[in-house]
Every structure is written in C-alpha cells, then in structure tokens.
Design a protein around this ligand. Sequence first.
Ligand code: HMG
Length: 397
Amino acid sequence: MSIGIDRISLYTPSYYLDVCELAVARGVDPNKFTIGIGQDKQAVIPSSQDIVTMGANAAIRLRGDIDDSRLGLVIVGTESGVDASKASALYIHELLNLPHSARCMEIKEACFGGTAALLVARDYIAAHPGKQALIIAADIARYGLASGGEVTQGGGAVAILVSENPRIAEIEEHTSVYSGSIQDFWRPVYTDEAQARGKYSTEQYLEFFEHVWLDYAHTMHAKPQDFAAFLFHLPYTKMGAKALRKLEELTEPVTHLEQRFEQSIQYSRAIGNVYTGSLYVGLISLLELDNSLKAGDRLALFSYGSGAVAELFTARLVEGYEKALYYHADLLNQRTQVSVNEYESIFKDVVPYAPQDYSTNPRYYCGDFVLTGVVGMERQYATRSCAEQPIASAACD
Ligand code: HMG
C-alpha cells in the first residue's frame, strides 16, 4: 500500500526582521549571520499568533481535501504547547470544524515532534486503510533578546494531509532511528524561552546524524547517489550545510546534492527555525523551487529533536506531484518588515505566564485565525473577521 504526503501547506505570520539589521543592533558583523549562520530574515511572531492559530492558518488550505468520513486522526507536533493538559489539536479541530469522529492529540519531542506525528499517521493509515490523517507541526523558536540563539529564532506551522495513494510523496517503509537522553536544548515549563548549550547541540546534531545515516546505509545498502536530494532539520541553514559535509565525510562526494540543498534552504533562510516544522519547510522549499525533480525520485529526510531523537526516513515523489503543491513564495514575499525596535516591542508583548487577563494587539492581526487574548485563564480564539468586529457582534457568536 502506498501511503504518504497528499497535501502540504505552510503558514508563517506577516512580519519579519532583517538579520543584518539585527546584527548591527547587536554589534555583530552581518556576515556572521548571513554566511556563518546562513539566515537572511526571521519571522516575527505577534502574540495573536500561537501554535493553535498558526496551525489552523496552515491547515485551512487543506480543509477542502479533508473527507470528514475518512479523517481519523489529528496530531499536532509541537514544543510550544499552550496548555499542559488540553491538546492544541482540539482548538484547531474547532476552528476548522473537523469531524467529531477523529482522534485529536499533541505529540512532544522537541523538533522531532512533527516527524513523530507524520510517522504515527503513516502507521495509522497502514492499520486503517482508507483513512486520512491531518498532521500539524507548529512552533515558535524563541531564545531571548540579545541571546546566543536570537539569530536562529523564527516560527510558523506546516500542515500535512496523510493518506493512501498520496498526490505528492510516498513515505517508504524503512527508517533508522537513534535516541538518547542529552542536555543540549530544553525549555522548563515556567519560561517561554529555550535554554541551549549551543555549540554542544550542533555537535550532537551531527553525531546523531552519523548514527542514523550509518545505520540506514548499512541496513539498506544505501549511498548518497540513491537520492535526488537530502533534506535536513534546519535550526539555521548552516547546520544543514554542516550535515551535508558530514555525509560527504562519511561516504563520497555529494556534488549532485548541492544545488537541491540550496533550494531546500531558501524558505528557512527567510523564516528561521520552526522547530517541528523546519524539516518540512525545507521539503516545501525544495519541491516549490526546483523544476528538475521527477516522479520516482527519492528524497532522504533527516529529523532531529534535541534531547534527543533523530530519525532518517525516505520518500518517493509521485507522478504529477507538482500539481498538488500550493506554492508559498507570495506568503513570504508579501510580509511586512519590522525594525529592530518594533521586533523588540512585539517580542516583549507576550501572553503572561501568570493568571491574569490579557488582550493581544489588533494592529498585528494576520492570517484567518487569531488569539484575541486570555480571559479567566482561558485562551480566546477567533476567526479574523470576527476578531476585527465589535466584541458584541452577533455574527461571530
Ligand atoms: P555563536 O556562538 O553565535 O556562533 O553560536 P559561532 O561563534 O559558533 O559562529 C557561528 C559561525 O559563524 C561559525 O562558523 C563562525 O566561523 C561563523 P562555523 O564554525 O559554525 O562553520 N562566523 C562568521 N562567518 C562569516 N563572517 C563573519 C563570521 N563570524 C563568525 N564575520 C549557535 C551559534 C548556532 C550555537 C547559536 O546561535 C545557538 O545557540 N543557537 C540555538 C541552538 C541551535 O540552533 N542548535 C542547533 C543544533 S540543535 C537543533 O537543531 C535542535 C533545535 O532546533 C531545537 C529542538 O530540537 O527543539 C535547536
């Protein structure tokens, strides 16, 4: 049975920061950020966008392809959860008016959560032929003003519809996985800013990549030449470039992979880290910007979640895949640039980590769905058209 990615959609809010301006403000050579880190812009996430709204904003485009009688599973992979108990998938379920017969849940393992959701969905469909699953990988990468990780911030969501006979790519059966408890990156529940042992995390990323690649190559008798492209988790794009070099060190020259690698990092260069979604931002970037891939081409995907779990899996493009894509260049090109001052004030205007009422700033409302605020410790979500009407409007009740 062929199971895989039937549709895939990306959402990132309408505001970005130019990392060269950030470099100047922080007294850093801009080349460090654009060449050394490999980023150009970073998404700026207003407090009216969280994983629920960004997830719904990504998934709304797939709504027309969801068959309510077949949708059996909705999973959000995230490490930016908005509640310790209720799954964000349920808020999204309501915003998208999804069928009550679908299981809804949230999965967590740092940036690996999106892949965990995707592979669980694949197995679910194998066990329940005919079903569909909706997977959402949504996150806000937030390290703190003037922190070491600041240049690698970003955010957004990727929504994937998983089904039999997919229109984009079939996910192949074999994967190689490597798990081990390490302290490279974590976020205690009382803060919204990640803690990272930056350099150590990059070393561990490469070490985990080595484990899964060697295992995959050994088990499947695989070599880089078997693949049309390698896609990597992209906390910042230079990290992916380091992984490609590591692959070369472990095997053979990978010149044939370089051009497609460049295409795969373009959207990430403009968005920054989307944690669970980053690998899939790379996949979307490659599929939308490349015009030389063809049906039958195989892609290798390396997923890494700090803490840490790594998994290497593979996918095969299907005939006509390019017709099933949405093309997101406009979403990125039509964003509004904010100054460093404005970014800092948006960064500080966050939902409080305390039981107090709070309202988000309508000036930064974007997308179809927004968080309007918190009332009595309950998050208030609305469609944009409702949020912008007077509160008493009957049309939005
Ligand atoms: P840093 O200390 O700012 O940077 O930390 P650096 O001093 O190591 O420099 C970075 C690169 O810029 C170096 O190149 C420099 O040579 C170069 P490299 O040696 O790496 O090839 N450089 C320049 N290049 C051109 N012109 C110049 C110049 N100056 C220096 N003038 C770090 C960088 C990424 C560690 C930091 O930003 C950080 O802590 N980020 C957050 C952690 C992170 O992203 N880790 C990645 C691996 S872990 C992961 O992927 C999981 C994650 O997504 C979370 C999850 O799973 O949930 C993070």
